[in-house]
Design a protein around this ligand. Structure first.
Ligand SMILES: Nc1ncnc2c1ncn2[C@@H]1O[C@H](COP(=O)(O)OP(=O)(O)OP(=O)(O)O)[C@@H](O)[C@H]1O
Ligand SMILES: [Mg+2]
Length: 282
């Protein structure tokens, strides 16, 4: 893996900044940020997940820490709170912290210098910094990806989502700090979520290979459409902790691949359960 040196000259630190992005809204970025951040921390790396979605605050709900939010990302940028006041330590997973988004309606509250300052401070302490991007390809999304070393491009198997992922790939390659400074480009990974094998077979959704062909970036994982995701988010638990669910296991595989392990793809075939139940008269 290609690590970036962040920090001011005296205080060099190693941290990998990963943006979870998509272009299109509602494809599963926050679900994936929570799951992948948790999965990385479970491997023993000190990890922080930052909610860049100013005004919405979804990450703390999915992580089940919304009642503990006192200060947020914008407060730290504005020096109204210190990082240690704003960071929320996850109650289940050791080595995992959340930096919640602001409720402010001011979408310009995140400045590039402000974000840089916070990332540099975090980089002194953390191994991984996960940036949960807001939807779109405008300023908010660009702020979330600007300092990234790697990008997880969350995509649903449908044309509109793939098209917007292609747009965000263009921005990663032209408007990120690495692009502007002519450094090694951002590592790009495809995460295909809400995959529905039945609908793929019916031709209603694109297949894994269709999406891979169009976007042409390495596949980090395929997360099946699963009721376990909604259940987990209602409980304020990242779905990766549900080791009974296919979605949870698929996220674990994705994290292992991110760490350089080889894992075969699974859960891509149509479930036969309903059919056997019917055979048995169930
Ligand atoms: N694998 C899945 N199976 C079923 N539902 C899913 C799956 N992944 C995400 N969802 C659901 O899709 C919805 C959107 O998910 P999420 O909030 O993670 O998307 P997002 O990309 O962060 O959205 P936004 O662009 O608004 O930030 C949620 O209701 C979530 O529960
Ligand atoms: Mg989100």
């Amino acid at each position: 893996m290609d690590w970036l040196l962040v920090g001011s000259s005296g205080d060099m630190a190693l941290a990998k900044i990963i943006v979870v992005t998509s272009g299109k809204g509602g494809v599963g970025k926050t679900t994936s940020s929570a799951a992948i951040g948790t999965g990385i921390a479970l491997q023993g790396f000190k990890t922080v997940i930052i909610d860049f979605d100013v005004g919405l605050r979804n990450l703390d709900l999915i992580m089940g820490c919304e009642r503990r939010v006192v200060y947020d990302f914008v407060n730290v940028i504005n020096k109204e709170a210190t990082l240690s006041q704003a960071l929320i330590k996850d109650k289940r997973t050791k080595d995992l912290f959340i930096l919640p988004a602001s409720q402010t309606r001011d979408k310009d509250a995140l400045t590039q210098e402000g974000v840089q300052g916070v990332l540099e401070e975090l980089a002194k302490e953390f191994d991984y910094i996960i940036c949960d991007s807001p939807a779109g390809i405008e300023k908010g999304a660009q702020m979330a990806l600007y300092f990234a070393d790697a990008a997880i491009v969350v995509t649903n198997p449908e044309v509109s989502s793939v098209r917007d992922s292609d747009r965000i790939l263009g921005i990663l390659q032209s408007k990120s700090r690495r692009a502007e400074e002519g450094k090694e480009p951002i590592e790009e990974y495809l995460l295909l979520t809400r995959y529905h094998p039945e609908r793929v077979a019916l031709g209603e959704m694109l297949s894994v290979s269709d999406v891979e062909d169009i976007l042409a970036i390495p596949l980090l994982g395929v997360i099946p459409e699963s009721e376990a995701v909604l259940k987990a988010s209602n409980q304020g638990t990242p779905v990766i902790l549900d080791t009974e669910s296919e979605a949870g296991l698929a996220y674990t595989d994705a994290v292992d691949r991110l760490m350089g392990e080889e894992r075969p793809l699974r859960f891509l075939d149509i479930q036969k359960k309903g059919f056997f139940k019917r055979l048995l008269g169930g």
